[in-house]
Structure formats: C-alpha cells, structure tokens
Design a protein around this ligand. Structure first.
Ligand SMILES: [Zn+2]
Length: 168
C-alpha cells in the first residue's frame, strides 16, 4: 500500500523528515479535491484510482499471481510500481521536466519516501496548487496511456519527447 523507494534511489533523511513534519496535519482520506481538478472526468477517475493504489501495475499483477514481465516499459530496467512509474522513472522524469520544471523538482523531493498514495498526492497538491496539480494529473494520465500503448498496442515510439508533446 506504499509508494516504495527504489533500491538505488537517492534518499535524504533531512528532506523526508521535513516532509513528514509538514504533512502531519493531513488526513489520509482528504483527497476529495481530486474531483475539483481542472481535468476531464477520465483524468479525475484515473487520479482517484491512483489515490487508492488501484492501478494494475506490473507489481500489483504479480502480487495477484498474474505472471507478467516486471520491467518498466519506459526504462526497461526497474520494477514497475506506482512510485517508479510516476515519480522515479528516468524517462518519466524527463517527460515531467519538459512539461513543467516544478513537477520534476517535487517528484525528486518526494520520491524515496514510504508514504501511501493519498499522502503523496496531498503533499504534491499543497506544493503545486490546484492549477499545476491539474496539469500533473494530465501528465500522469498520459504516462499511463503511453504505458498501455506500449504494452497492448506494441507502440514503440513513446519516448519522453512524444509524451511531453502529447501532454502539451
Ligand atoms: Zn522506468
């Protein structure tokens, strides 16, 4: 149920302590703001699903004993889970950087911390504000869309430039 840190990910104790202190006031269940994002309903539903750790990532499928190749389709290196796919993957980070520099900055500051999805979303929403959070939601939805294109439609032209152009 947690966004897991990658084994080789950079980790700062100081920044994580600051982060935890900062978000102490949050109730985990307070993600109703998702429905107020400036996005289409399908993007809102996607973020809602993400907040409940309900996306069928490869790690999730394996936990349900469904045999799939575990590697992330973008970097072909790390295990695909929510933390990797939306915060830590080098290709996804490259994409986020192209869309908005703040996305990358905050993704880096927040990755490597074992927090549940709702708390991560709340921290990011507070850092970015609703307008930028809406854009990040679209960016994440697009990452998931391209990920599915690669897996199910064998579309191999999905690099960071393509995804960022699609988002913008
Ligand atoms: Zn990756």
């Amino acid at each position: 149920m947690y966004w897991r840190s990658s084994t080789d990910g950079w980790f700062s104790t100081k920044s994580s302590v600051q982060m935890i202190q900062k978000d102490k006031g949050h109730s985990k269940s307070e993600v109703k703001w998702i429905w107020d994002l400036d996005c289409t309903p399908k993007v809102k539903h996607f973020v809602w699903r993400l907040s409940k750790n309900g996306l069928p990532t490869k790690e999730k499928l394996q936990q349900r004993r469904i045999a799939v190749p575990m590697q992330c389709v973008f970097c072909n290196h790390h295990t695909e889970n929510t933390a990797h796919l939306f915060l830590e993957c080098s290709v996804v980070r490259d994409t986020l950087q192209r869309v908005n520099e703040n996305f990358l900055k905050h993704s880096i500051s927040i990755s490597g911390i074992n927090r549940d999805e709702k708390t991560i979303l709340n921290i990011l929403k507070d850092k970015l504000g609703m307008q930028q959070m809406s854009k990040l939601a679209v960016a994440w939805w697009s990452v998931w869309y391209f990920r599915n294109q690669i897996i199910f439609n064998n579309n191999t032209t999905c690099d960071a430039t393509n995804i960022a152009e699609f988002i913008n």
